[in-house]
Write a protein of this length. Structure first.
Length: 301
Protein backbone atom coordinates (compact mmCIF):
# COMPACT_ATOMS: atom_id res chain seq x y z
CA UNK A 1 0.00 0.00 0.00
CA UNK A 2 1.18 3.50 -0.85
CA UNK A 3 -0.08 5.79 1.92
CA UNK A 4 -1.44 9.24 1.21
CA UNK A 5 1.03 12.02 2.10
CA UNK A 6 -1.81 13.58 4.10
CA UNK A 7 -2.28 10.52 6.31
CA UNK A 8 -1.18 10.68 9.95
CA UNK A 9 -0.21 7.73 12.10
CA UNK A 10 -1.62 8.13 15.61
CA UNK A 11 0.34 6.19 18.19
CA UNK A 12 -1.45 5.79 21.51
CA UNK A 13 0.97 5.39 24.43
CA UNK A 14 -1.43 3.80 26.88
CA UNK A 15 0.38 3.82 30.22
CA UNK A 16 4.15 4.37 30.31
CA UNK A 17 5.39 4.51 33.87
CA UNK A 18 2.56 6.77 35.03
CA UNK A 19 0.92 5.90 38.34
CA UNK A 20 -2.68 5.87 39.45
CA UNK A 21 -1.92 8.71 41.82
CA UNK A 22 -1.95 10.84 38.63
CA UNK A 23 -5.01 9.21 37.02
CA UNK A 24 -7.09 6.36 38.37
CA UNK A 25 -7.73 5.02 34.86
CA UNK A 26 -4.07 4.34 33.95
CA UNK A 27 -4.23 0.75 32.59
CA UNK A 28 -1.92 -1.88 34.12
CA UNK A 29 -3.42 -5.30 33.34
CA UNK A 30 -3.81 -6.98 29.96
CA UNK A 31 -7.63 -6.63 29.96
CA UNK A 32 -7.36 -2.94 30.90
CA UNK A 33 -4.79 -2.27 28.15
CA UNK A 34 -6.86 -4.18 25.59
CA UNK A 35 -10.01 -2.23 26.45
CA UNK A 36 -8.13 1.07 26.17
CA UNK A 37 -6.62 0.03 22.83
CA UNK A 38 -10.05 -0.87 21.44
CA UNK A 39 -11.48 2.49 22.48
CA UNK A 40 -8.46 4.29 20.97
CA UNK A 41 -8.77 2.32 17.73
CA UNK A 42 -12.43 3.28 17.49
CA UNK A 43 -11.32 6.93 17.61
CA UNK A 44 -8.58 6.54 14.99
CA UNK A 45 -5.35 5.25 16.60
CA UNK A 46 -3.42 2.56 14.76
CA UNK A 47 -0.31 1.94 16.94
CA UNK A 48 -0.53 0.97 20.62
CA UNK A 49 2.54 1.48 22.80
CA UNK A 50 2.60 -0.27 26.17
CA UNK A 51 4.80 -0.79 29.20
CA UNK A 52 4.14 -4.09 30.93
CA UNK A 53 3.38 -3.42 34.59
CA UNK A 54 3.21 -5.80 37.52
CA UNK A 55 0.17 -6.09 39.80
CA UNK A 56 1.36 -3.10 41.84
CA UNK A 57 2.08 -0.95 38.80
CA UNK A 58 5.85 -1.57 38.80
CA UNK A 59 7.94 -1.96 35.63
CA UNK A 60 8.59 -5.54 34.50
CA UNK A 61 10.21 -7.50 31.67
CA UNK A 62 8.37 -10.69 32.60
CA UNK A 63 7.78 -12.60 29.36
CA UNK A 64 4.54 -14.11 30.63
CA UNK A 65 3.09 -10.69 31.37
CA UNK A 66 4.11 -9.39 27.94
CA UNK A 67 2.65 -12.44 26.18
CA UNK A 68 -0.63 -11.89 27.97
CA UNK A 69 -0.68 -8.21 26.99
CA UNK A 70 0.23 -8.73 23.33
CA UNK A 71 -2.39 -11.46 22.92
CA UNK A 72 -5.04 -9.27 24.54
CA UNK A 73 -4.16 -6.30 22.33
CA UNK A 74 -4.27 -8.44 19.18
CA UNK A 75 -7.63 -9.90 20.19
CA UNK A 76 -9.01 -6.42 20.84
CA UNK A 77 -7.57 -4.75 17.72
CA UNK A 78 -6.52 -7.47 15.24
CA UNK A 79 -5.18 -5.01 12.64
CA UNK A 80 -3.41 -2.80 15.19
CA UNK A 81 0.35 -2.43 15.59
CA UNK A 82 1.73 -3.33 19.02
CA UNK A 83 4.73 -1.38 20.31
CA UNK A 84 6.58 -2.22 23.52
CA UNK A 85 9.11 -0.21 25.47
CA UNK A 86 12.82 -0.81 25.83
CA UNK A 87 13.31 1.85 28.50
CA UNK A 88 14.76 0.06 31.50
CA UNK A 89 15.87 0.85 35.04
CA UNK A 90 19.60 1.14 35.62
CA UNK A 91 19.56 -2.27 37.34
CA UNK A 92 18.11 -4.14 34.33
CA UNK A 93 20.69 -5.42 31.81
CA UNK A 94 20.02 -5.37 28.09
CA UNK A 95 20.30 -9.17 28.05
CA UNK A 96 16.92 -9.37 29.77
CA UNK A 97 15.35 -7.39 26.94
CA UNK A 98 16.99 -9.53 24.27
CA UNK A 99 15.72 -12.60 26.09
CA UNK A 100 12.23 -11.05 26.26
CA UNK A 101 12.20 -10.46 22.50
CA UNK A 102 13.33 -14.05 21.90
CA UNK A 103 10.62 -15.40 24.19
CA UNK A 104 7.93 -13.32 22.48
CA UNK A 105 9.14 -14.28 19.00
CA UNK A 106 9.05 -17.98 19.92
CA UNK A 107 5.25 -17.81 19.87
CA UNK A 108 3.87 -16.67 16.48
CA UNK A 109 1.03 -14.87 18.29
CA UNK A 110 3.12 -12.68 20.56
CA UNK A 111 6.04 -10.88 18.90
CA UNK A 112 5.40 -7.12 18.97
CA UNK A 113 5.44 -5.15 15.76
CA UNK A 114 7.71 -2.48 17.21
CA UNK A 115 10.00 -1.80 20.17
CA UNK A 116 11.27 1.62 21.19
CA UNK A 117 15.05 2.00 21.30
CA UNK A 118 16.40 5.27 22.68
CA UNK A 119 19.57 6.34 20.90
CA UNK A 120 21.48 7.75 23.85
CA UNK A 121 21.87 7.82 27.61
CA UNK A 122 19.06 9.37 29.63
CA UNK A 123 19.86 11.08 32.91
CA UNK A 124 17.34 12.55 35.33
CA UNK A 125 18.04 14.67 38.40
CA UNK A 126 15.00 13.47 40.30
CA UNK A 127 13.70 15.79 43.05
CA UNK A 128 13.81 14.54 46.64
CA UNK A 129 11.87 15.75 49.63
CA UNK A 130 14.89 15.78 51.96
CA UNK A 131 16.54 19.06 52.91
CA UNK A 132 20.14 17.79 52.53
CA UNK A 133 20.06 16.16 49.10
CA UNK A 134 17.61 18.01 46.90
CA UNK A 135 17.90 15.61 43.97
CA UNK A 136 19.18 12.15 43.14
CA UNK A 137 20.64 11.12 39.80
CA UNK A 138 18.82 8.35 37.94
CA UNK A 139 20.55 6.83 34.92
CA UNK A 140 18.98 4.99 32.00
CA UNK A 141 22.09 3.83 30.10
CA UNK A 142 21.91 3.16 26.39
CA UNK A 143 25.43 2.21 25.37
CA UNK A 144 26.52 1.56 21.79
CA UNK A 145 26.88 -2.15 22.60
CA UNK A 146 23.39 -2.31 24.12
CA UNK A 147 21.73 -0.42 21.26
CA UNK A 148 23.39 -2.49 18.54
CA UNK A 149 22.51 -5.69 20.39
CA UNK A 150 18.86 -4.67 20.49
CA UNK A 151 18.94 -3.67 16.82
CA UNK A 152 20.41 -7.07 15.93
CA UNK A 153 17.62 -8.78 17.91
CA UNK A 154 15.05 -6.69 16.04
CA UNK A 155 16.49 -7.84 12.73
CA UNK A 156 16.59 -11.46 13.87
CA UNK A 157 13.00 -11.48 15.09
CA UNK A 158 11.54 -9.12 12.42
CA UNK A 159 10.56 -6.47 14.95
CA UNK A 160 10.66 -2.86 13.80
CA UNK A 161 12.71 -0.48 15.99
CA UNK A 162 11.17 2.85 16.96
CA UNK A 163 14.29 4.98 17.25
CA UNK A 164 13.95 7.51 20.05
CA UNK A 165 15.45 10.96 19.41
CA UNK A 166 15.50 13.07 22.58
CA UNK A 167 18.29 15.56 21.91
CA UNK A 168 20.77 16.59 19.22
CA UNK A 169 23.34 14.04 20.37
CA UNK A 170 20.79 11.31 19.66
CA UNK A 171 20.60 12.49 16.03
CA UNK A 172 24.39 12.26 15.81
CA UNK A 173 24.21 8.73 17.23
CA UNK A 174 21.60 7.82 14.61
CA UNK A 175 23.94 8.95 11.85
CA UNK A 176 26.81 6.91 13.37
CA UNK A 177 24.59 3.83 13.56
CA UNK A 178 23.49 4.33 9.96
CA UNK A 179 27.08 4.69 8.82
CA UNK A 180 27.93 1.49 10.70
CA UNK A 181 25.21 -0.31 8.74
CA UNK A 182 23.03 -1.33 11.68
CA UNK A 183 19.91 0.80 11.08
CA UNK A 184 17.01 -0.16 8.81
CA UNK A 185 17.26 1.31 5.32
CA UNK A 186 14.28 3.60 6.01
CA UNK A 187 14.13 4.18 9.76
CA UNK A 188 11.04 5.01 11.80
CA UNK A 189 11.86 7.61 14.45
CA UNK A 190 10.16 9.09 17.49
CA UNK A 191 10.98 12.70 18.30
CA UNK A 192 10.52 12.43 22.04
CA UNK A 193 10.52 15.72 23.93
CA UNK A 194 10.22 13.98 27.28
CA UNK A 195 11.03 16.90 29.55
CA UNK A 196 7.99 19.06 30.41
CA UNK A 197 10.05 22.22 30.92
CA UNK A 198 13.50 23.64 31.46
CA UNK A 199 14.68 22.96 35.01
CA UNK A 200 12.62 19.79 35.43
CA UNK A 201 15.77 17.70 35.90
CA UNK A 202 15.30 15.53 32.82
CA UNK A 203 18.45 16.01 30.74
CA UNK A 204 16.74 15.74 27.38
CA UNK A 205 15.21 18.43 25.18
CA UNK A 206 12.12 20.04 26.78
CA UNK A 207 8.79 20.01 24.96
CA UNK A 208 8.90 23.21 22.90
CA UNK A 209 8.22 23.93 19.24
CA UNK A 210 11.75 25.31 18.87
CA UNK A 211 13.21 22.03 20.13
CA UNK A 212 11.00 20.03 17.79
CA UNK A 213 12.35 22.05 14.88
CA UNK A 214 15.93 21.73 16.16
CA UNK A 215 15.60 17.92 16.02
CA UNK A 216 13.44 17.60 12.91
CA UNK A 217 15.77 19.71 10.76
CA UNK A 218 18.88 17.48 11.07
CA UNK A 219 16.74 14.32 10.90
CA UNK A 220 15.34 15.51 7.60
CA UNK A 221 18.83 16.41 6.37
CA UNK A 222 20.47 13.09 7.28
CA UNK A 223 17.46 10.77 6.79
CA UNK A 224 15.42 12.31 3.96
CA UNK A 225 13.39 9.12 3.37
CA UNK A 226 12.53 8.53 7.03
CA UNK A 227 9.22 9.08 8.80
CA UNK A 228 8.74 9.99 12.44
CA UNK A 229 6.11 10.62 15.08
CA UNK A 230 6.47 13.41 17.63
CA UNK A 231 5.28 13.85 21.19
CA UNK A 232 6.06 15.87 24.29
CA UNK A 233 5.68 15.50 28.02
CA UNK A 234 2.73 17.14 29.73
CA UNK A 235 0.55 19.93 28.42
CA UNK A 236 3.53 21.51 26.63
CA UNK A 237 3.47 18.56 24.25
CA UNK A 238 0.32 19.74 22.48
CA UNK A 239 2.15 22.62 20.75
CA UNK A 240 4.79 20.10 19.62
CA UNK A 241 2.07 17.87 18.16
CA UNK A 242 0.50 20.81 16.32
CA UNK A 243 3.88 21.71 14.81
CA UNK A 244 4.52 18.11 13.78
CA UNK A 245 1.16 17.98 11.99
CA UNK A 246 2.00 21.16 10.09
CA UNK A 247 5.40 19.64 9.30
CA UNK A 248 3.91 16.56 7.62
CA UNK A 249 4.96 14.28 10.47
CA UNK A 250 3.06 11.80 12.62
CA UNK A 251 2.07 12.00 16.28
CA UNK A 252 1.82 10.21 19.62
CA UNK A 253 -0.67 10.88 22.41
CA UNK A 254 -1.74 8.98 25.51
CA UNK A 255 -1.44 8.70 29.25
CA UNK A 256 2.31 8.07 29.06
CA UNK A 257 2.70 11.65 27.83
CA UNK A 258 -0.19 13.58 29.41
CA UNK A 259 -3.36 12.96 31.40
CA UNK A 260 -4.84 16.41 30.76
CA UNK A 261 -6.36 17.84 27.60
CA UNK A 262 -5.00 21.11 26.19
CA UNK A 263 -7.66 23.11 28.04
CA UNK A 264 -6.49 21.67 31.36
CA UNK A 265 -9.33 19.21 31.88
CA UNK A 266 -8.45 15.73 33.08
CA UNK A 267 -8.98 13.32 30.19
CA UNK A 268 -11.46 10.54 30.82
CA UNK A 269 -9.14 8.02 29.17
CA UNK A 270 -6.62 7.52 26.39
CA UNK A 271 -9.42 7.53 23.81
CA UNK A 272 -10.33 11.12 24.65
CA UNK A 273 -6.74 12.12 23.90
CA UNK A 274 -6.91 10.26 20.58
CA UNK A 275 -10.20 12.02 19.76
CA UNK A 276 -8.47 15.36 20.39
CA UNK A 277 -5.65 14.25 18.07
CA UNK A 278 -8.08 13.36 15.28
CA UNK A 279 -9.70 16.80 15.53
CA UNK A 280 -6.24 18.43 15.37
CA UNK A 281 -5.34 16.30 12.35
CA UNK A 282 -8.46 17.34 10.48
CA UNK A 283 -7.92 20.98 11.40
CA UNK A 284 -4.45 20.69 9.86
CA UNK A 285 -6.04 19.48 6.61
CA UNK A 286 -4.88 15.89 7.04
CA UNK A 287 -6.57 12.59 7.94
CA UNK A 288 -5.88 9.69 10.30
CA UNK A 289 -3.98 6.83 8.67
CA UNK A 290 -5.66 3.49 8.13
CA UNK A 291 -4.11 0.38 9.66
CA UNK A 292 -2.62 -0.54 6.28
CA UNK A 293 -1.17 2.95 5.83
CA UNK A 294 0.28 2.85 9.34
CA UNK A 295 2.04 -0.42 8.57
CA UNK A 296 3.54 1.06 5.41
CA UNK A 297 4.59 4.34 7.04
CA UNK A 298 6.26 2.69 10.04
CA UNK A 299 7.90 0.06 7.86
CA UNK A 300 5.96 -2.84 9.39
CA UNK A 301 4.28 -3.80 6.11
Amino acid sequence: MTPSPHSVVIEAALNGSRGRDEHLAVPFTAPELAAEARRCADEGATVFHVHARDDNGGWTVDAGRYREIVRALRDAVPAGLVSITSLRPESEPVTSLVALLGALAADPATPPDLISINLGHITVWEPLSGATDRRRTVLFPNTYADITRLLAACQEYTIRPELGIMDLGFVSNAVALRDDGVLPARPWFLIELDSPAYGSGAQVAPATVANYEALATPLREHFPAAHWAAHGQGSAGYAVIARALADGAHIRVGFEDAVHLPDGRLAGGNAELVAWAVAAIREAGRSPASFGEARAITGCA
